[in-house]
Design a protein around this ligand. Sequence first.
Ligand code: GDP
Ligand code: MN
Length: 357
Amino acid sequence: KKVLSQPIIEPQFDDLIRPGHPLAGKANATILSLVQNQDISSIISTIEQLEDKFNNKFGYPYTFMNDAEFSDTFKKEILALLPKERIVHFVKIRPDDWNKPASIDNVKYIEAVDKLASEDVQYVKKVSYHNMCRFYSSKFYHQEALTYYKYAWRIEPDVNFYCNIDYDMFQFMEMHDKIYGFTLNLYDSPQSVRSLWNDTLEFVKENPQYLNRDGAYEWLKENVQNPENYNITGGYSTCHFWTNFEINNLDFLRSEPYEKYMDFLEKKGGFYYERWGDAPVRSLALGLFADKSKIHWFRDVAYHHFPYTNCPSSPPGSNRCDKKCIPGKFSPYDNLYVQNCMATWLKYGMTDEESKM
Ligand code: GDP
Ligand code: MN
């Protein structure tokens, strides 16, 4: 796995689909963002960078989702930003796919939230944040607008893309049979997922046939940095793909193991009685049910969502990246480096084949 220490600007394959190739921009894919009207200027900032670095060469459609109706101003400003032939969907989420379900006991919910707030779990008092985590775990790919797409690349307001990408990442995933693409790997606050691991093990015990022998089980287990987390999670490392950047092969999410797992978690209620994030949920599903060789680290993609960055090193003389991209710099805050769990992914998740990508 020596290759990892070398500068990389893209996967080492000669079948990459370049701009101008007949297959360029032709994957069955959309860029996806859940966003609010008030975040228009922040999402524009993201889109401008993504277009500049990648998508103006490929022309992939956008899908915007919102629990409220998108305003005319929002739609107009987005459309003004993009070439007029570009496909853009604006989706109003069905209330049942967004709001706290009636099955959640409100008294229990309020008590749980108060307790977690006293433990400093971020956002726990905002019901919309719980809604968002549940939505991005399962409800998003059930929206009609995504029915016919196979891949969705999630973006958020105010993230940054620092380096040029000169090949079609969706076609790369298609040709190499990848079901998930990520850039950053982090530990989570253990209090937010107190019973997720034990609930998940219960699901696996009921459905042992879903367990993938080539999964990344150890990655879900090992946390040398913060061993005290085990006392809280009962054995989950809290390592997860940071889902604010993710490219999902939606067929994996639509598969029986994932769908059944979501039904099971929904019944447990932990999106509300705790503050299960979509990131640990997705990561547990991928680590347990997916073949790890189908999970791709886009290490060549320079991505920033405050306060973390994935910035690759480029060969000397390359001008593919903005100056803001400082190779290896994970965070501006030294004390946050302990949040990085890429090392355990490299140890347990990454296959030899993948290390060349
Ligand atoms: P953080 O990254 O965990 O701090 O959470 P964010 O505030 O960035 O939210 C994650 C994503 O969900 C972003 O794309 C937000 O735009 C979106 N989001 C969060 N809350 C809401 C909401 O109430 N309504 C809508 N439409 N989008 C939301
Ligand atoms: Mn965010």
